[in-house]
Design a protein around this ligand. Structure first.
Ligand code: OX2
Length: 837
């Protein structure tokens, strides 16, 4: 046992670091300000106070965190290892206060110290270490794992610059570097003592050792050091505190100047800079990633750090490598960490001399793979050239995995060369490359999609050959969201109303929301529900005014689409509806139109020209409509800049209508759809991703669905889809397109939106034209429904009441039982030193 894994017996824990009375909290805040930050109360900035408060809260997590870490390391306890290149946890302070049950007490203590908790909470820079749904899912899963008391570590990359901040300048997106670390990060603890070394480049040498064993040595060109930074992830009102361990790349400090460029000091410093570049920046998705060597380095770097860390702790605890898979269940969050499969093989076979077949069994038993997308452009492939340069040994291992795998395929399907070509981990076109989804599938014992439709399509399309081989490996686990952040923290008014009526068990058993169903018939409860929604809309209206200068009508229908900007998500279909309403108003100024406020938010990848043009389209349409006196209060179009977790939190509670309008078959699941419905918004949506399951759960009468289904779209496609035909047949669509073409929204500039119009008229790969009419009619039903307040509120309540299955707790329970085979492990705190005895 190493020194670090020994817990000192009976630590004397200072009350000032654990006590939760108001006087103690106030004293702790002042102490941290003075002793940790070195600031006197009168010289402290708001950020200093935020930091002091964060340390005060972190102190109160520490005992639970250390006890959890210690217990989770025990060899008999199986741990979930989540490997994800992205995490979007959102600000920690509010969440940690809530999970510790300290929110109100700390609010009061802070107030008595002359400060305002909301102001301090607003100081926190959120870690934007992800692009969107995939990273946010990882964060919801970390919350649920801890709340369910499941031992878990999330491994990832400590990007110095996360996702860019977005500003809107003259209607366009401008990207600003995210400096989330610049004011200090009180939540992380660096663990330089746990550093590991990662090799890159170079070549391999094969030899036979004295016992006649075949051995391969990898002689790298470069070595980088990985330093782990740990962040505590506390569960809700339990002692479990799991760890998010993010790796930063550094140069190994002991580099020898004579080796590095013959005493070339500056050359050596260059090397240092090159090493540190590795974890500098998060790659925005939706951009061609092919050939980005640094991205492959990032993936390999964090995965290697993680696996080395696991092997080291396992061995230090007296564990045996043959039992690695009994100690750790490793989940691959998409293919970004799939290089873990050959890496574990390398560590076992080359470094620890485990025979190949045994190593392969361990590897397959260890890993499980979640697929998050079927979009062909998002399926990762790495060229053999690049892989061979950067990871020569891994390329050899992948080739050997493929050779053995294809041999099995040949035995199953003799004389079927075509089958072998289809299943090979190596693609030949357009260049020789490794199909990472295939590698992940072959190296895992379980493969899942993230919503029912997505899992079916996965089996029928992208991974069809593997499904035919091993149907038993495949399953669906529909995504979920954590009700702690996405209800309790972000919608306190609704949470309190619910708790007053049905108690608070729903926070950890979301299915309890069912008890709200009968209340949907109670006029008094409906009135209370409506007041909450109105208060939330008022609060959002205030933010909109502050951030955009636009005054919105809180009695209007808040129609909201917030998510990454992407053609398949079809924000521009939403815009076509807005333009149509505007055209109607212009044609008939006295039209009795249900007033709407259209709210958009979301980032476009910096290199995704069409997505950035969609943002410009939204702002341009807003500029015209919001100022047109003929429109008045009836239509408003708002683009809220810089969509992230922090800015998303006040949006979901204020929505009346949730726009989930992706092309059928394109959105794997969606999770924003769940947050909206849980907070009582009604959905207008296609039969795509988790929308289908949400509609089933809330009842089709409480969900507005429209558009072509997946099969219908493939039929359209095979018949030779002609988008212009729809224009010819729909005068309103024709007029809307004409408005765009005419330069009406671009001060007469007919070129500005031409690329969008051309794409819609010429190939319309996402079938906006085909779905337009159905969308329009459906929106008309929405408007009619909104006029009847009592039934709208009733439907809103029923949405919330029936969303229980979309808790990430449910998703995690399914992973735990069906994939990971892990159990809850309650953490004992008292007596501290005897808990492990
Ligand atoms: C997203 C998917 O697009 C989204 O549909 C899903 O809800 C989310 O992952 C979580 O599963 N990058 N982001 C995604 O997939 C990939 C790849």
């Amino acid at each position: 046992m190493t020194a670090s894994s020994q817990i000192p017996p009976a630590i004397q824990i200072e009350d000032d670091r654990t006590g939760v009375t108001i006087p103690t909290l106030r004293r702790a805040l002042a102490d941290n300000l003075y002793y940790v930050l070195g600031k006197p109360p009168d010289g402290a900035t708001l950020n200093d106070y935020y930091l002091a408060l964060a340390y005060t809260v972190r102190d109160r997590l520490m005992q639970r965190w250390m006890a959890s870490t210690h217990t989770h390391r025990l060899p008999t306890i199986k741990q979930v290892i989540y490997l994800s290149a992205e995490y979007l946890p959102g600000p920690h302070l509010g969440n940690n206060l809530m999970n510790l049950g300290l929110y109100e007490t700390v609010q009061q203590a802070v107030a008595e110290s002359g400060l305002d908790l909301a102001t301090l909470l607003a100081c926190e820079e959120e870690p934007g270490l992800g692009n969107g749904g995939l990273g946010r899912l990882a964060a919801c899963f970390m919350d649920s794992l801890a709340t369910l008391e499941i031992p878990a570590i999330g491994y990832g990359i400590r990007y110095e610059f996360g996702i860019f901040d977005q500003e809107i300048r003259e209607g366009w997106q401008a990207e600003i570097t995210d400096k989330w670390l610049q004011s200090g990060n009180p939540w992380e603890i660096a663990r330089p003592e746990d550093a590991v070394f990662v090799k890159l480049g170079g070549h391999t040498e094969a030899s036979t050792d004295e016992t006649g064993c075949y051995q391969v040595r990898w002689i790298p060109h470069q070595t980088v050091k990985g330093i782990p930074y740990d962040t505590p992830i506390p569960g809700y009102r339990v002692n479990t505190v799991n760890t998010l361990r993010l790796w930063k790349a550094e140069a190994p400090e002991s580099f020898d100047l004579s080796v590095f460029n013959h005493g070339d000091y500056y050359g050596a410093v260059d090397q240092k800079v090159i090493s540190e570049n590795l974890t500098k920046v998060l790659y925005p998705n939706d951009e061609p990633i092919q050939g980005k060597q640094l991205r492959l380095k990032q993936q390999y770097f964090f995965v290697s750090c993680a696996l080395q860390d696991l092997i080291r702790t396992h061995l230090a605890q007296g564990g045996r490598l043959e039992r690695f898979h009994e100690k750790f269940a490793v989940q691959l969050n998409d293919t970004h960490p799939a290089i873990a499969i050959p890496e574990l093989m390398r560590l076992l076979v080359d470094d620890h001399h485990v025979p190949w077949d045994l190593a392969w069994t361990i590897t397959q038993q260890t890993f499980a793979y979640t697929n998050h997308t079927l979009l062909p452009e998002a399926l990762e492939v790495w060229s053999l050239d690049l892989l061979g340069q950067l990871l020569p040994r891994h390329l050899e291992i992948i080739m050997e995995i493929n050779r053995r795998f294809l041999e099995d395929v040949r035995l199953k399907f003799p004389d079927n060369g075509e089958k072998m070509g289809q299943l090979s981990l190596i693609a030949d076109q357009p260049f020789r490359s490794v199909r990472m989804a295939y590698l992940a599938s072959v190296g895992s014992h379980a493969i899942n999609g993230v919503a029912a439709l997505h899992s079916q399509l996965l089996q029928k399309t992208v991974l069809r050959g593997f499904y035919d081989l091993w149907p038993e490996k495949f399953l669906n686990i529909t995504n979920g969201v954590t009700p702690r952040r996405w209800m309790l923290l972000s919608n306190p008014r609704l949470a309190q109303l619910i708790t007053r009526r049905i108690g608070d068990r729903w926070i950890i058993h979301l299915q309890d929301l069912r008890d709200l169903e009968p209340l949907a018939e109670d006029p008094e409860f409906r009135a209370a529900w409506r007041s909450v929604k109105q208060a939330n809309k008022q609060a959002l209206a205030q933010r909109i005014l502050e951030r955009t200068g636009i005054q919105v009508n809180v009695e209007s229908l808040f129609d909201v689409q917030v998510k990454r900007i992407h053609e398949y998500k079809r924000q521009h279909l939403n815009v076509l509806h807005i333009i149509t309403l505007y055209n109607r108003l212009k044609q008939n100024p006295s039209l009795d139109l249900v007033p709407r406020t259209f709210i958009f938010a979301g980032k476009a990848a910096p290199g995704y020209v069409q997505a950035k043009l969609i943002i410009r389209l939204i702002t341009a349409v807003g500029e015209v409509i919001n100022r047109d006196p003929a429109v008045g209060d009836r239509l408003k179009v708002v683009f809220l800049p810089d969509y992230n977790v922090t800015n998303g939190q006040p949006i979901y509670p204020a929505a009346d209508l949730s726009e989930q309008i992706s092309t059928a078959g394109k959105e794997a699941s969606g999770t924003g759809n769940m947050k909206f419905a849980l907070n009582g918004a009604l959905t207008i949506g296609t039969l795509d991703g988790a929308n289908i399951e949400i509609r089933e759960a809330v009842g089709s009468e409480n969900f507005f669905h429209f558009g072509h289904k997946v099969e219908e779209l493939s039929q359209l496609r095979s018949q030779g889809y002609d988008p212009r035909r729809y224009c010819d047949h729909s005068p309103e669509l024709n007029r809307a397109i004409h408005r765009l073409e005419s330069g009406f929204f671009a001060q007469g500039n007919r070129d500005l939106f031409r690329p969008l119009v051309q794409s819609l008229l010429n190939d319309d790969p996402y079938f906006l034209m085909a779905d337009y009419l159905s969308y329009l009619n459906c929106q008309e039903q929405v408007s009619q429904a909104f006029l009847n307040e009592a039934t709208w509120i009733r439907r809103s309540i029923l949405n919330t009441a029936r969303m229980g299955e979309f808790s990430s707790d449910r998703s995690i329970r399914e992973y735990a039982h069906q994939v990971w085979q892990v159990q809850s492990v309650p953490i004992n705190l008292q007596p501290y030193s005897q808990s492990e005895a």
